[in-house]
Design a protein around this ligand. Structure first.
Ligand code: COA
Length: 189
């Protein structure tokens, strides 16, 4: 039985593995791996672990997560200071992707100050775990008086688009970064 609980420091490696397994794999080149982990994982588990939830298997090992920043202004300040330098060393393409995501979140920060990333490994998808992770996160954000949350999704990721729309997210905007189309969705808490 999969359980949902708060993230712990001991989950770090397993959460990083879920991040890679659900994106570029564990054998991608070192720049791509560093970019993915820096932008989509490490900021959240290092800087805002209190806003991160994991789905764990019967051995208490994470098989999915929902990791969040509850405050856009804090995210931009801390990310630019402590994380952007790591991405800058990965190449211009990754800098442009990162700045595109940051600019999109900045546009909607007043109504949607929080944002998240959610990933579940293949064999546990379509079992209601994503929905349970979002339920846990939103309950936590509501308790902390966070008014809204945004997320960015590759528009071609049809399964994720269906998942967010089914959950009740609203499309705020579509934008293009290099050759990829992204959609930013919002949810009022
Ligand atoms: C997208 C993701 C987080 C959804 O989590 P999940 O646990 O698989 O989703 P749930 O089982 O909670 O789905 C809830 C509902 O969303 C919809 N849904 C979820 N995945 C879907 C898919 N691939 N295709 C169509 N609808 C889907 C369905 O309506 C589903 O209800 P149902 O199964 O009763 O029909 C998960 O599949 C995942 O991690 N995918 C790979 C990584 C990824 O794309 N992350 C998001 C990046 S933006």
């Amino acid at each position: 039985m999969v359980k949902i609980r708060k993230y712990r420091a001991s989950d770090r490696k397993a959460v990083q593995n879920v991040c890679l397994d659900t994106s570029v794999g564990r054998n991608a080149d070192s720049f791509l791996t560093r970019y993915i982990l820096t932008l989509y994982c490490n900021y959240y588990i290092e800087t805002e672990p209190e806003n991160c939830f994991v789905a764990v298997d019967e051995n208490d090992v994470p098989i999915g997560y929902c990791i969040c920043s509850s405050d856009y202004d804090k995210f931009e300040r801390e990310f630019m200071k402590n994380y952007m330098p790591r991405i800058s060393g990965c190449g211009l393409k990754y800098v442009i992707y990162t700045k595109g995501e940051i600019a999109a979140h900045r546009m909607f920060r007043k109504d949607f100050p929080a944002h998240l990333h959610i990933d579940i490994i293949d064999e546990y998808q379509r079992q209601g775990i994503g929905r349970r992770l979002l339920d846990a996160l939103f309950e936590h954000l509501e308790e902390n008086n966070v008014s809204g949350l945004a997320l960015i999704c590759n528009t071609n990721n049809k399964g994720a688009v269906k998942f967010y729309e089914k959950y009740g997210f609203t499309l705020l905007m579509r934008f293009n970064a290099i050759i990829e189309d992204f959609s930013i969705y919002g949810y009022v808490i």
